[in-house]
Design a protein around this ligand. Structure first.
Ligand code: FRU
Length: 549
């Protein structure tokens, strides 16, 4: 593909062909950013999970590379007995491991699930200075037999069991090729978890704790995060766990991470525990949560006794998931996520690719109250490398008493841009709505609305009028305080929109497929005000160039 398909994003990463999901092993080495990711090299749906690979020197222009870690070939015949953490009686596992997902795609291979990469600068593991160490989850299913072999020499077949274990692969050629440590023998075997969690033990993320001089790994076990530590990067010791407090939904946790941060404008150190949760997110389906606290080299301590009960959300749109940060970036914390949602991904019909990454975001931590911290997120500054023509919309006063006024932007049309504006109003003439109509059809009947309701202090993206006939529609977020003003910075691409509110206080990330009957007729832009008066300041549209080609 030449990346020119109708809904192909022009400044967000997607694989040239086929399915992608979570970013994996994000790392910087010698000025090159590496993005690995969950990838099906053979099809446009989830399956054959392998680590795909792309590289960049500015976090924005990505070049796809050959598959880095393919699904494991030739899974050997296994025949072993083992006890999980809580078993009283060992179980007999025998047969060829399969990835027999829901009976769907059995292929006798072990899948390479999500994980992370670190740079072994001091050659602690012994593979070489600056070797890249990739920690990933090996996932497969085995046949469970009982020990009664009277009817069958293998014992009675009791069913399939899913196994997830943490493995290590290393690269000494800067991420081009990876060698599996001890032929993919797990470094943390499935026996570390209780019986019912053998299929929910995954997504290792490794980070260095400067203060306690130890490497820490977070890995999920169902609705729990387990923390392991190591000093040689190969032997990992279980240290502690964090339990989910059943705040929302009933899905398992995925892709946990401990992120060391310094509170903005201070020297105070904090640790952010970020997580992806399969359902119960504010916009429905899957989403990302975080908790702020401290790490003592062994355990995470939430800021207060209430912290774990009141998760904060990274994003209030439907499409920000499985985000992790780049390793080995000294002065910034940069996260990117999979721009999708497990509950609706089946309704995405792009081809020959499926799945896109969000823009990389720089995270900073702000103290907002006593024992209360908040992540601020803004696209990395390198996004400006794409800036093209800037169109000023000017400073305007718009009065619309008992009506809605829509002003068409006549000097800009397009699908790839950053739009930004500040709106302010007075209490007495506070409008009921304000914002932008984006991706508008010529006749104005189809559009995506990014707006704000000052009365309810709710910012939103409304997709119900863009002509799509799918279940995703409008997502919203309530702002914390009413300051009689709002700043909106909106990144619009072929099939996605990211709204950063008040310089990254809140974010809405949303996939969209405007005007499917005539997608090219969706280039219009206008701004509107209802029932009040606003001042629009510093409003501009910056056309963004394509990263492809
Ligand atoms: C999150 C996730 C991970 C898993 C991977 C499989 O989206 O479910 O937990 O490792 O995707 O592709």
């Amino acid at each position: 593909s030449n990346y020119q398909e109708t809904y192909r994003n022009q400044f967000h990463y997607s694989a040239n062909k086929n399915w992608i999901n979570d970013p994996n092993g994000l790392v910087q080495l010698d000025g090159v950013y590496h993005m690995f990711y969950q990838h099906n090299p053979y099809g446009n749906e989830w399956g054959n999970m392998s680590w795909g690979h792309a590289t960049s020197t500015d976090l924005i222009h990505w070049k796809e590379q050959p598959i880095a870690i393919p699904e494991a070939e030739n899974s050997p015949w296994v025949d072993f007995w083992f006890k999980t953490k809580d078993d009283t009686k060992p179980v007999h596992y025998i047969g060829t491991p399969t990835t027999n997902w829901d009976g769907g795609h059995p292929n006798g291979k072990k899948y390479i699930f999500s994980g992370s990469i670190i740079v072994d600068k001091e050659n602690k593991a012994g593979f070489g200075k600056n070797a890249l160490l990739a920690y990933y989850t090996s996932t497969y299913q085995v046949a469970v037999r009982d020990d009664d072999t009277s009817k069958d020499p293998l014992g009675n077949y009791l069913g399939l069991r899913e196994i997830q274990e943490q493995c290590l692969a290393y690269s000494t050629d800067g991420g081009k090729t990876f060698t599996k440590y001890k032929g993919s023998e797990p470094i943390i075997p499935v026996t570390a978890v209780p019986n019912e969690q053998t299929g929910n033990f995954r997504d290792p993320k490794v980070v260095y704790d400067d203060e306690h001089k130890v490497w820490a790994m977070t890995v999920v076990t169902g609705q729990e995060v387990d923390i392991y530590t190591s000093t040689n990067l190969i032997d990992w010791k279980y240290q502690s766990n964090i339990l989910r407090k059943h705040d929302v939904g009933n899905g398992v946790w995925e892709c946990p991470e401990l992120i060391p941060m310094t509170v903005s404008g201070t020297k105070e150190k904090k640790w952010v525990l970020s997580l992806s949760v399969q359902n119960g997110a504010p916009a429905g389906g899957s989403g990302m949560q975080y908790f702020v606290g401290d790490f003592d080299g062994k355990a995470f301590h939430p800021e207060t006794s209430e912290t774990m009960k009141n998760p904060k959300w990274l994003d209030y749109g439907e499409d920000f998931y499985a985000g992790i940060t780049f390793s080995n970036v000294p002065d910034r914390t940069i996260m990117l996520g999979w721009m999708s949602n497990w509950s609706y991904v089946g309704e995405q019909h792009t081809s020959p690719w499926k799945g896109e990454m969000t823009l990389p975001r720089e995270l900073t931590l702000k103290k907002v109250a006593h024992q209360d911290y908040q992540l601020i997120q803004e696209p990395v500054k390198e996004i400006n490398n794409l800036s093209n023509k800037v169109v000023q919309l000017g400073n305007k006063k718009v009065k619309a008493i008992n009506e809605t006024k829509v002003n068409k932007v006549t000097n800009y049309q397009g699908q790839h841009y950053r739009l930004s504006a500040e709106f302010s109003w007075k209490e007495k003439t506070m409008p009921t709505q304000l914002g932008f109509n984006l991706r508008e059809s010529k006749d104005g009947s189809k559009k995506v609305v990014v707006g704000y309701n000052p009365k309810t202090q709710t910012a939103y993206i409304d997709r119900t009028k863009d002509g799509e006939n799918i279940s995703r529609n409008s997502t919203k977020v309530k702002l914390d305080s009413d300051q009689k003003k709002i700043k909106l910075t909106v990144y619009v691409d072929s099939s996605s929109i990211e709204v950063f509110i008040n310089d990254g206080e809140k974010v809405l990330t949303q996939v969209m497929y405007p005007n499917p009957d005539q997608p090219s007729d969706s280039n219009g832009l206008s701004y509107f005000v209802s029932n009040g008066e606003v001042k629009m300041k510093h409003a501009s549209v910056t056309k963004l160039n394509s990263i492809w080609g």
